[in-house]
Design a protein. Structure first.
Length: 123
């Protein structure tokens, strides 16, 4: 029965790994300001350190970097996990459960990303 859904499993793996790879490329792109307002914003993002107590003084860019790296890693983890389970001939009942978990986690992730990063903001 797993062969019946093999195409969808490999499509999921490819899309997860491709998303992680493409998103990871953003770590190697230098941010450049195109006007004085953007320059001020980038300067504040990278240099202004907030005092969050206990000697913790992060910048907004470090928060952004941490969140961005987590998204990249969860995509790569999902893809590699699915490859591993497929190669180990995991029983169909286990695979259905894992793919259900994948659907929920990555579905919620997609909704949050679509609402907060791609769609026009609501006023």
């Amino acid at each position: 029965m797993l062969r019946k859904f093999s195409f969808w499993l490999w499509a999921t793996v490819i899309l997860q790994l491709l998303t992680g790879f493409i998103h990871g490329l953003g770590f190697f792109v230098e941010q450049k300001a195109e006007n004085p307002t953007e320059e001020q914003m980038l300067n504040l993002l990278t240099t202004y350190k907030m005092d969050m107590g206990a000697g913790f003084h992060p910048t907004m860019m470090t928060f952004f970097l941490a969140l961005s790296s987590c998204f990249t890693l969860i995509c790569i983890f999902g893809g590699w996990l699915n490859i591993y389970l497929k190669r180990k001939n995991t029983p169909i009942t286990v695979m259905k459960g894992i793919m259900g978990i994948n659907a929920i986690i990555f579905g919620v992730c997609f909704i949050v990303m679509a609402l907060l990063t791609f769609l026009p903001p609501r006023y």
